[in-house]
Design a protein around this ligand. Structure first.
Ligand code: SME
Length: 157
């Protein structure tokens, strides 16, 4: 089945407003988590052309690399390590305008300059994180946070 994404021009807010319903439509009727996470990454990467868009999923006592789009990445992150491990521990979204200024940042790619990481919850428990990296400084703000947290909250994990 062909699934074409309609790419939107306009403000960031307009882009999210048009894109999120398309992503939700792709997830509707699909119960497989990995399939849905894969399409979320692909759709956001296609629309915004960020450097790296992907999920890490909690397995035992580590975050393990899940579906993603972008350059190869480190596969395992401990709780409290880097931005992703901090988000897992603190259970809240982090916006990092300059990754070089984040203590303990894990540099999977030297091209990455800023990032946003959102916790993925099952009830009260963090079961993964959604990590987006940009090759430009200060790419993410509370608009991204609002739309991405809203999207992540609809994933059936
Ligand atoms: N930047 C992350 C590591 C994951 S990669 O960027 C894909 C961090 O410090 O948690």
């Amino acid at each position: 089945m062909a699934e074409d994404l309609k790419i939107i021009k306009g403000t960031k807010e307009e882009q999210y407003q048009e894109l999120i319903p398309q992503i939700k439509a792709l997830m509707e009727g699909e119960s497989d988590l990995i399939a849905n996470l894969g399409n979320i990454c692909a759709a956001l990467k296609e629309q915004f052309d960020w450097l790296w868009v992907g999920f890490y999923l909690v397995k035992d006592d580590e975050l393990v690399l899940g579906p993603f789009q972008g350059p190869v990445a480190c596969t395992r992150i401990k709780m409290g390590r880097g931005v992703c491990g901090t988000v897992w521990q603190e259970k809240k979204t982090y916006i990092v305008p300059n990754v070089e200024e984040f203590p303990g940042h894990i540099a999977c790619s030297s091209v990455s300059k800023s990032e946003i990481v959102i916790p993925v919850f099952r009830g009260e428990e963090v079961v993964g994180v959604f990590d987006i990296d940009s090759a430009e400084l200060s790419s993410f703000d509370t608009v991204d946070q609002r739309y991405l947290e809203g999207l992540v909250s609809t994933i059936e994990v």
